[in-house]
Design a protein around this ligand. Structure first.
Ligand SMILES: [Zn+2]
Length: 147
């Protein structure tokens, strides 16, 4: 963080506080709404699938706790679990791409994974989500930073 010169310690602390508040506000704004989610899906489809995947609706749902995403190819609708909100962007992108790919290829055969190979962070995102699932199964320990 770049701190302007000639600040007293009190001023400096106040300034750091203001900056942290600003960062926190930006962070929470970065949560995508349904409209941005649909926009993101369009961008991803264009970038990785030559815009061949064209969902009719993309939205967050809160009733999906065992799956990160789902789609109904016949309707062209995609739903993402709200549990993904706040996860790194590349993870949300991966789940979106995964569901977009299902609009083109049903099931998880070789053809499906071939489509996802175009996305450079597929393995990393899958690892991240597996880690989240594994952590959920662990007995709840107090977070280290609480102490
Ligand atoms: Zn799938």
């Amino acid at each position: 963080m770049l701190i302007p010169a000639r600040m007293s310690e009190a001023e400096e602390q106040r300034w750091v506080g203001v900056m942290l508040d600003k960062l926190a506000a930006q962070e929470s704004k970065r949560l995508l709404g349904d409209a941005e989610l649909a926009e993101r899906a369009e961008q991803l489809s264009e970038q990785y699938f030559d815009s061949r995947a064209r969902p009719t609706s993309v939205r967050w749902v809160t009733n999906q706790n065992t799956r990160w995403g789902s789609c109904t190819p016949a309707e062209g609708s995609i739903r993402l679990s709200h549990r993904l909100q706040g996860m790194p962007e590349y993870v949300v992108d991966y789940v979106l791409l995964h569901e977009l790919a299902h609009l083109l290829v049903p099931g998880h055969g070789a053809g499906f994974w071939q489509l996802l190979e175009a996305y450079p962070r597929t393995e990393r995102a899958r690892g991240f989500l597996e880690g989240v699932v594994a952590a959920d199964r662990l007995p709840h320990l107090p977070a280290a930073r609480d102490e």
